[in-house]
Design a binder for this molecule. Structure first.
Ligand SMILES: Nc1ncnc2c1ncn2[C@@H]1O[C@H](COP(=O)(O)OP(=O)(O)OP(=O)(O)O)[C@@H](O)[C@H]1O
Ligand SMILES: [Mg+2]
Length: 359
């Protein structure tokens, strides 16, 4: 998959600008606060319909303007495509694919595939399980629209179950809870099975990337910490039983304490849990290995590489890892930001200066 052109209108510090990209390495070069991250953010917005750095969509619209528009033209195995995303100050965003408005955000999933990596992604290794679930979910939603819809349904039912837990006592909610348990476990089975498949791929690919980056000096292992049952009937029975068993506790706390919304995966390097005991460098290398593994998993599942978006990553790596990263990213289209042009990076240079792009 390759991005050919991006148009930005009233997006962040851009007023009316376009950027042309080539195969291989594209370098966004510019001083601080010129619009490099803003451009990567605009592209990723067209991948999953959400910004990687803010939940406040209004912040994406240029100050004092009411409408922003991002257009991404790209090619993939199935042909040329165009995604247009409109942001309004007074209404919800709207999206068109090849000129046709979509009705649900799910229709966007899997159209433009990209992986975004910034120094902030160390959170993936260091912080709470939410980050790792989000990582799995973003991938799975791009592979499979059914996963996106199932996850949404699961979350809606979960919300209703939690409302019920907060409102009632055991005697008067028992029958309704049984219905929610049945529906929750049905959707949970699908989510868990897809995550388990992903983890199996991740175990192999992340370890391989980690071996490459560390010259086999350290061994990275990944394991899913949730339900690990492949058989659907067995998994569903176990889930229903877990929901039933936790009911009293859930009633006391006012939320559902078991299920895939609590799952996680553990990352171990040389036998040590990196989240709690890893050094900053080890955590960073694990996060990068996970992201590079994602690229390979996308290729295996979709037959083509996604686009790699790297924000401020080079400055964080030592010379050896930096050289290694630069040599692997030649295999796919990469858009990388740099504050000054560094001679060991060869590619299509786009100079970013105060919301303007030149070549
Ligand atoms: N809604 C907005 N309207 C106008 N300008 C904005 C808006 N949101 C952000 N900006 C401005 O965009 C500028 C560029 O931001 P960006 O994060 O892309 O910089 P950058 O080139 O990646 O810099 P750095 O090298 O520091 O990461 C900032 O000066 C910021 O104030
Ligand atoms: Mg930046």
């Amino acid at each position: 998959m390759e991005i050919k052109k991006v148009y930005l209108q009233n997006f962040r510090n851009y007023e009316n600008e376009s950027a042309n990209f080539k195969s291989g390495l594209n370098i966004l070069e510019g001083k601080n606060a010129q619009g490099k991250t803003n451009l990567l953010e605009a592209i990723f917005l067209c991948v999953i319909g959400k910004s990687p750095r803010t939940k406040k969509e209004k912040d994406l619209i240029k100050m004092d303007k009411n409408l922003a528009r991002v257009t991404v033209e790209f090619t993939k195995l199935s042909g040329n495509k165009k995604i247009e995303l409109f942001l309004f100050s007074n209404q919800n965003k709207s999206i068109k694919i090849n000129g046709v408005p979509i009705k649900k955000i799910g229709e966007l999933m899997g159209e433009l595939n990209a992986i975004y990596f910034s120094p902030n992604d160390i959170k993936l290794v260091k912080e709470s399980p939410d980050e790792r679930r989000r990582f799995m979910d973003i991938d799975l939603c791009q592979f499979n629209k059914t996963y996106f819809y199932t996850l949404n349904k699961y979350n809606k039912i979960l919300e209703q179950r939690n409302k019920l837990l907060k409102s009632g006592n055991l005697a008067n909610i028992k029958d309704t809870i049984a219905i929610w348990n049945e529906q929750l476990s049905e959707h949970a089975c699908y989510i868990i099975q897809k995550r388990l498949e992903l983890i199996e791929q991740l175990k192999v690919e992340a370890m391989a990337q980690h071996n490459y980056l560390t010259d086999n000096a350290e061994k990275m292992e990944i394991s899913y910490t949730g339900f690990k049952i492949d058989n659907k009937a067995e998994l569903k029975a176990q889930l229903i039983s877990a929901y039933e068993q936790s009911l009293e506790k859930d009633l006391n706390l006012g939320f559902t304490t078991v299920g895939p919304h609590r799952d996680d995966f553990k990352i171990v390097v040389n036998g040590i849990d990196v989240r709690s005991f890893g050094s900053q460098g080890q955590q960073r290398t694990c996060a990068l290995s996970l992201k590079l593994a994602e690229l390979e998993i996308f290729k295996q599942n979709l037959n083509e590489y996604p686009v790699l978006l790297l924000d401020d990553v080079l400055s964080e790596l030592d010379v050896n890892r930096r050289t290694k990263l630069l040599s692997v990213i030649n295999n796919y289209q990469t858009i990388i930001t740099c504050t000054e042009y560094e001679s060991d990076i060869k590619g299509n240079v786009l100079k970013v200066n105060n919301g303007r792009i030149s070549y």
